[in-house]
Unconditional design. Structure first.
Length: 141
């Protein structure tokens, strides 16, 4: 299989912990250690953080992630688990740092996928407001 973005790095990272991660989400929490490869975001959204091996470099890579059957389906499954938590806030479920990461990820994938479910999650969790840093990077600012 052609994998110009090395998306298999996500498969390798998720494989031993995915069931645990989605179970944690269904219980209304998330493990910080899983955020980067469960909810990836643009590589340099948080310049103060160390570079992550799981940062996406461009919108086309995010599109490829969503189109990769295993990864795209897992991302959507995690969003579905979050949909059941809609009576809580992102801060309650994720805490400050990880809610920012979720916001950046949802902004990126809502733009990349233009799928109603992705936009709905951005609406539910962040009042349909895009993450400003991600938006600026996507706009080339």
């Amino acid at each position: 299989m052609n994998d110009p973005y090395d998306l298999h790095r996500f498969v390798r990272a998720q494989e031993p912990v995915y069931d645990d991660a989605v179970g944690i989400l269904r219980r209304g929490m998330m493990c910080t250690a899983y955020m980067d490869f469960i909810f990836p975001r643009l590589a340099d959204v948080d310049a103060s953080a160390p570079a992550s091996a799981y940062g996406l470099r461009e919108l086309d890579e995010a599109r490829a992630f969503l189109a990769f059957p295993l990864l795209g389906n897992r991302y959507r499954e995690c969003l579905s688990a979050l949909a059941w938590q809609n009576d809580r806030t992102a801060l309650e479920v994720f805490g400050v740092s990880d809610s920012r990461k979720l916001h950046a990820s949802l902004t990126l994938f809502a733009e990349a996928g233009n799928e109603p479910a992705l936009r709905t999650m951005l609406d539910i969790w962040f009042d349909n407001l895009a993450d400003a840093e991600t938006r600026a990077l996507l706009d080339g600012v």
